[in-house]
Design a protein around this ligand. Structure first.
Ligand code: FMN
Length: 308
């Protein structure tokens, strides 16, 4: 691919999973400033150094370039809204946030997984960003679950792990996948042979598992990287649980079923109403390149929003 294609390069960089931080400092007059960043990296233990990259077009860039101190606040999984707020141009970010002054007077966001307060060590010019290197002068961390970010969306690594575990032990479970390739989705024939379904394991007296789903996909002759969770649904009447992942397939042709683009999707052949709903949501989110994880107990559900 062409490295001058900024959009593609950004998408490829976005495959690297990160946490989410808010970088903060104070202006000379004491006004707090902050923005969301996932370019945070630990650099050195001796001396204790870290870095963050700031876009040259960020409004707060000149403040960070000259401020003697700044802080890195690592967000926990319940702080997605804060990430959105600090990625915006809102002028009242700190009025809507619970925060306090750190030992060196940098704004510290409350209830984060960890914070590091730093003195400015070095500023390196790097293309359309500057690299701000800080020397850590104070830090704290606590047992909270961090917020994850990758592939254009937020995720909760700990929730995902719990679901993976559940999928190996739950007795009334369907584990399925939206298998994508170049914007198209794989549908396979259902048991009757007349309808179509997403690839899945479980049902008909058998409980599904991630292992079985993987086996099925490999029996189709596909190599599929199962990635993010897409849906976790529990039917509160029957206790049945459905877990669907998003996965990406290699270029091989499947031995059964085929890949469909949105425009060519045979909606009336898709026999499972839940899967129909999932596909509608999938294509809407694909268009926005923003994915949510949907949790439901059959009566009501909620999205973990990923918009920013
Ligand atoms: C998850 C996420 C990660 C981001 N990471 C960075 C980053 O590392 N560096 C950066 O300059 N902007 C990053 N941004 C964008 C800034 O948060 C955004 O441009 C913000 O408006 C900058 O604030 P300012 O213009 O008020 O300074 C990120 C945004 C999001 C949602």
């Amino acid at each position: 691919m062409d490295p001058t294609n900024a959009r593609e390069l950004r998408n490829a960089f976005g495959r690297f999973l990160t946490g989410v931080t808010i970088i903060t400092c104070k202006e000379a007059d004491g006004t707090p400033r902050g923005f969301t960043a996932n370019s945070f990296t630990s650099v050195s233990l001796d001396p204790p150094l870290l870095l963050v990259c700031i876009g040259k077009t960020a409004e707060s860039r000149p403040v960070f370039e000259t401020s003697t101190h700044f802080a890195v606040n690592i967000l926990c999984e319940t702080q997605k809204d804060l990430s959105g707020l600090f990625a915006s141009k809102d002028t009242d970010k700190f009025d809507r946030t619970s925060w306090r002054d750190g030992p060196q007077n940098s704004p510290l966001i409350n209830d984060v997984v960890a914070w590091f307060e730093c003195s400015r060590h070095q500023v390196v010019d790097a293309g359309d960003h500057i690299i701000l290197i800080g020397r850590v002068c104070g830090f704290e961390h606590q047992e909270l679950h961090p917020l994850g970010y990758g592939h254009g969306g937020y995720f909760s690594p700990c929730i995902e792990q719990a679901v993976v575990n559940a999928s190996d032990t739950h007795s009334n479970l369907v584990v399925g996948a939206i298998v994508e390739r170049n914007g198209e989705v794989l549908l396979v024939p259902d048991d009757s042979g007349d309808g179509l379904r997403l690839p899945h394991s479980g049902e008909g007296g058998h409980s599904g598992s991630l292992r079985n789903l993987r086996q099925q996909l490999s029996d189709l002759g596909l190599r599929v990287a199962l990635g993010f969770l897409f849906t976790v649904e529990e039917d509160s009447d029957t206790g049945a649980q459905a877990i669907y992942y998003r996965g990406e397939a290699n270029e091989a042709s499947p031995s059964r079923g085929e890949f469909y683009a949105l425009a060519a999707l045979p909606w009336d052949k898709i026999t499972d109403a839940n899967e129909k709903r999932m596909l509608e949501r999938y294509f809407a989110e694909l268009a926005r390149q923003r994915f949510n994880v949907y949790f439901s107990d059959g009566r009501q559900g909620h999205m973990d929003p990923v918009d920013h």
